[in-house]
Design a protein around this ligand. Structure first.
Ligand code: GRF
Length: 219
């Protein structure tokens, strides 16, 4: 494992999760460096958070098909030789070829308490379902959408007055420390994933780690 770890980030939007990783690197909390930011949206604000030479962006519509875009993205990601690939607000489904090429190194943060509410519009769905709690999950990526082993979760209450927007904002306040703490743990090499099971220091994680109020992951 490299030190600092080499991290590639996939993002489609504003990049608040990417910014959190950058802040963690700056503060010394995360022993890593961002070696590339990759987007399916050439105008994504996330791209502006790193130097031009670290940016890669292409519009899928400029490719013959989904596989061709995924192949170009995968080749660009592989070229920066990352230890970890973090999907941080990346809104396209990654094809099986991409996922298998980076199997075991591909991480996503999803704004729900998986396995609840896989897919999109998670905040509205949590409200509609009458969930008392909602939150975010950091998980390994597998070909099935949002189905990989969950490393860590952070929880927030759902309030009767919540709208999808107010709930999304509350979830975002825990997403950032959750992602930073999770990636900081991953780059230590203490976490491995085998056949859908997560091992920490060789011990099987029976349940996702939990982010406590101090921003620390606890078993
Ligand atoms: C976040 O809620 C993240 O969980 C989801 O995309 C949203 C935007 O992320 N995957 P960001 O602000 O672009 O990092």
């Amino acid at each position: 494992m490299n030190s600092p770890a080499r991290i590639a980030v996939l993002a489609s939007g504003r990049g608040s999760n990417l910014q959190c990783l950058l802040d963690g690197i700056g503060s010394g909390q995360l022993d890593a460096r961002i070696v590339g930011v990759f987007s399916d949206k050439p105008g994504a604000a996330a791209l502006d958070k790193v130097a031009p030479e670290l940016r890669w962006a292409s519009a899928p519509k400029d490719f013959d098909n989904r596989e061709a875009f995924d192949q170009a993205l995968a080749d660009a990601v592989a070229a920066c030789n990352p230890d970890w690939i973090i999907c941080a607000g990346y809104m396209r489904i990654l094809g099986t070829g991409f996922v298998e090429r980076f199997n075991g190194r591909l991480i996503n943060i999803h704004p729900s308490l998986l396995p609840l509410h896989k897919g999109l519009h998670t905040h509205a769905r949590a409200i509609e379902a009458g969930d008392a709690e909602h939150g975010a999950s950091v998980h390994f990526v597998v070909p099935e959408l949002d189905a990989g082993a969950v490393l860590a979760q952070a929880r927030v209450p759902v309030l009767p007055s919540d709208t999808p927007e107010t709930l999304a904002n509350r979830v975002l306040t825990v997403e950032h420390p959750l992602l930073l703490a999770s990636v900081a743990l991953l780059v230590t090499g203490r976490i491995t994933e085998q056949d859908g099971e997560i091992l920490c220091d060789g011990q099987s994680l029976l349940r996702p780690l939990r982010l406590d109020s101090a921003g620390v992951l606890v078993g």
